[in-house]
Unconditional design. Structure first.
Length: 211
């Protein structure tokens, strides 16, 4: 289940990025049909065979899988979108259909992000996040304020770059925290811009994992 609470959440942000990445490859008629489909999904209508040339299959046999991710890298949040599997309309359609599984009270906010994604022109770079959710919400995403609400443990593990089935040991957390804070500090060559937010984020992640 995509994390969308509080809406649109990182899950909604990722779906919007998928639409943005493939929107330029959609013809005019397909874009119009996408907007109609979004409205139907937002209302909670029962969606049968779509009017698009591609349909969403529950059966995965014979289908290639595309993996799209929203990750936190050295330069902040970034999208990792696979573009070499399937037609653009298929990826766009899958993003819209994913909204049908989102709770009704969160769905409209996510669909709004999808509509903005359909209007995007350009690469899926840093400016895309601001376009999809607005500058104020984008800042909260970058600081981790929204991510932590969805799943604090997973968020903290992602921020510190730790992979484990549960909470890692305190020594591992402290070691990783100190290394990342050193890398993020301007005294060690990091950029001044965003350093304070990054260090605050690392501190919050450490607090979660040590609690």
């Amino acid at each position: 289940m995509l994390p969308t609470d509080p809406a649109p959440g990182p899950g909604g942000l990722l779906l919007g990025a998928v639409l943005a990445r493939f929107s330029a490859d959609l013809d005019k008629d397909t874009r119009k049909e996408m907007l109609v489909l979004m409205k139907e999904v937002e209302r909670g209508d029962r969606i049968g065979q779509p009017r698009l040339r591609h349909r969403l299959q529950d059966d995965r046999v014979g289908l290639s899988r595309s993996r799209h991710r929203l990750v936190r890298g050295a330069n902040g949040l970034q999208f990792e979108l696979e573009t070499d599997k399937g037609a653009p309309a298929q990826s766009a359609l899958a993003a819209v259909y994913a909204c049908a599984a989102i709770p009704p009270d969160q769905r409209s906010a996510v669909v709004d992000v999808l509509r903005r994604g359909l209007d995007w022109v350009g690469p899926a770079g840093p400016g895309l996040i601001d376009h999809l959710v607005g500058a104020d919400v984008a800042m909260r995403f970058r600081s981790g304020a929204l991510n932590v609400a969805s799943d604090p443990l997973l968020w903290a593990l992602d921020v510190l770059g730790l992979e484990t089935d549960g909470k890692p040991g305190a020594k591992d957390v402290q070691k990783r925290y100190r290394a990342l804070v050193r890398d993020a500090h301007p005294d060690h060559g990091a950029e001044d811009d965003g350093a304070a937010d990054r260090i605050a984020e690392l501190s919050r992640a450490r607090e979660i994992l040590l609690s």
